[in-house]
Design a binder for this molecule. Structure first.
Ligand SMILES: *[C@@H]1O[C@H](CO)[C@@H](O)[C@H](O)[C@H]1NC(C)=O
Ligand SMILES: *[C@@H]1O[C@H](CO)[C@@H](O)[C@H](O)[C@H]1NC(C)=O
Ligand SMILES: *[C@@H]1O[C@H](CO)[C@@H](O)[C@H](O)[C@H]1NC(C)=O
Ligand SMILES: *[C@@H]1O[C@H](CO)[C@@H](O)[C@H](O)[C@H]1NC(C)=O
Length: 503
């Protein structure tokens, strides 16, 4: 990627749904907000301990743009390409779909977006349902991120977060980064990004640890501690400022596109889901293609492990497999897959979940801290867990390129008269027929329908990791583990905390 092409701000959907939209809106919101945030399950925080933050004028649109340019020119910026040259129908769908996530009051004149996109002001394409917006302006997002030797991903990560936050509202976003003893220049780079993003009013907290794995007896205990550390500010902000968050986004050092994050958030809120995850892929050299990766954590709704296999063989549960292959959100017992969007309620209220290792003395199977938190969500009555197959994630650039192929112009080759799908039937796009099709795959109606959640399985396949030896992964024979009776009851999947987007 040449520096010259990086410097230019693309006029594509990335801009449409991201940067400029946010720049434009964000000018209009005061910082900090004067109204009190409401955690919608009824916990209205007291503002009595609120320290008044110093009122600083917001940076101008041009200043914001300069910051984004700085962030995106510091390294190759892979995720910038995701939404470039998207088919026009997808751009329109994205604008319609995610306008409900816009986290602040937009200007009254609706030609704002059209002019930014280069559309004519009366163009129906750019109509945003403004009536939705007022109820959503106070939804607060807590991003928890664990990094370790992540020099290469930090610029991309921040550029994406910057864009996403420009839609959700900078004042609604808090980013907590926990970095555990990297030995590259991760820390120095983080400080630069911290300063840059603060200058636009995004709150970022970066913590660094020098504790090493050696100080813990059990590998999972250590990993759970690392994850919990990213949540420390969540509890601190509640205790000191009375601030509650409505949605948590937990990320590893992975590179999502802007619309990937928005879709996970959208699905999480649409379904009032306890946990919402993407699908992650890793290259399999025997097969010569990417396969589903995180099968240590992922379990289908029958409790069976997902497979390290191509898309059509990932699920054993037939109905799930069928949904997955059509890119429809699918209920699972457990998943993590690089990014998980969590309902914070079980973190705030009894019975208080947190990342933990297995209670080995009680005979609990030594699963991943991410499997255990899924089990705990079930037991707490937040068993609405779902996987979003549309959102495909990669850990390296080889897989990233395979799962984000650019849209080919088939007009010249085979005489197709259009690019992409038809408005009345999104599945008519010939390029959507392959699993790793272009990123701008049109949304089908079924992808916008709420899932019908069923209670959890009685038994879940668990592959334990004792963590005593040198093995860098599961080292105990797998077992079918009996789940608590609670998680198989109908009320384990009722909506307890309404975070839905009003439509
Ligand atoms: C930091 O945490 C990551 C997992 O998040 C782990 O792979 C790495 O080994 C840890 N670093 C140290 C120094 O223990
Ligand atoms: C696709 O190819 C056709 C024929 O060569 C051309 O007319 C059309 O402009 C191309 N479309 C795009 C979006 O490049
Ligand atoms: C469903 O789970 C049971 C264990 O509860 C297992 O024996 C069975 O093989 C599973 N079925 C599928 C299709 O995975
Ligand atoms: C859970 O259900 C099983 C079978 O239905 C029953 O034998 C067991 O006593 C129950 N456990 C508890 C703690 O209620």
């Amino acid at each position: 990627m040449k520096a010259s092409s990086v410097r230019r701000i693309p006029t594509s959907a990335a801009v449409a749904i991201g940067v400029l939209l946010g720049f434009f809106f964000a000018r209009l919101i005061p910082w900090p907000t004067s109204s009190s945030p409401i955690w919608r399950s009824g916990h209205v925080p007291s503002r009595s301990h609120q320290k008044s933050r110093q009122q600083i004028p917001l940076p101008t649109t041009a200043q914001r743009q300069r910051i984004l340019e700085l962030i995106t020119t510091l390294s190759p910026h892979y995720t910038k390409e995701c939404t470039r040259n998207s088919q026009p129908l997808y751009v329109q769908q994205v604008l319609d779909r995610y306008s409900s996530l816009i986290g602040f009051t937009p200007p009254s004149d609706r030609s704002w977006l059209g002019s930014l996109l280069g559309f004519s002001p009366d163009d129906d394409h750019v109509h945003v349902r403004r009536s939705d917006l007022s109820q959503n302006t106070e939804h607060k997002y807590f991003f928890a991120i664990n990094l370790y030797n992540s020099f290469d991903v930090i610029p991309d990560l921040f550029a994406t977060l910057f864009r996403v936050a420009s839609i959700l509202g900078y004042h609604n976003v808090f980013i907590s980064i926990y970095e555990n003893g990297s030995n590259d220049q991760t820390k120095a780079l983080l400080r630069i990004f911290d300063a840059l993003t603060r200058s636009v009013g995004m709150r970022v907290m970066i913590r660094t640890s020098q504790r090493t794995r050696g100080q813990f007896n059990h590998r999972i205990e250590y990993l759970a501690e690392v994850r919990n550390s990213a949540f420390v500010p969540l509890h601190e902000l509640r205790d000191s400022e009375g601030e509650y968050f409505d949605t948590i986004v937990f990320m590893n050092d992975i590179l999502p596109c802007v619309d990937d994050l928005l879709e996970l958030i959208w699905q999480s809120r649409k379904n009032n889901a306890g946990i919402t995850c993407a699908a992650d892929y890793m290259y399999h050299s025997d097969i010569g293609a990417p396969v589903f990766y995180d099968n240590w954590v992922a379990r289908d709704i029958n409790g069976t492990a997902l497979e390290n296999a191509p898309f059509e063989r990932i699920f054993h549960h037939q109905e799930s497999s069928h949904r997955f292959q059509r890119h429809l959100p699918t209920q699972v017992q457990s998943c993590w897959n690089g990014i998980a969007v969590l309902d914070p309620a079980p973190f705030y209220s009894y019975p208080h979940v947190q990342f933990r290792m297995a209670r080995i003395v009680d005979g609990e199977c030594s699963a991943s801290e991410c499997s255990l938190i899924c089990n705990d969500y079930w037991e707490a009555g937040y068993g609405r867990i779902l996987m979003v197959p549309r959102v495909k994630l990669a850990y390296d650039s080889r897989v990233f390129d395979i799962i984000h192929p650019s849209r080919r112009n088939l007009t010249a080759i085979r005489g197709f008269v259009r690019l992409g799908g038809l408005p009345d039937d999104p599945r008519t796009d010939p390029q959507d027929r392959s699993w790793f099709g272009p990123h701008d795959r049109l949304f089908t109606e079924e992808e916008s329908q709420e899932l019908n959640f069923v209670p959890g399985p009685d038994y879940v396949w668990c592959w334990g990791w004792d963590g005593a030896g040198d093995l860098d992964g599961p080292d105990v024979d797998p077992v079918w583990e009996r789940m608590p009776n609670k998680s198989a009851r109908a009320d384990s999947v009722v909506v307890r905390h309404d975070r839905s987007i009003s439509l």
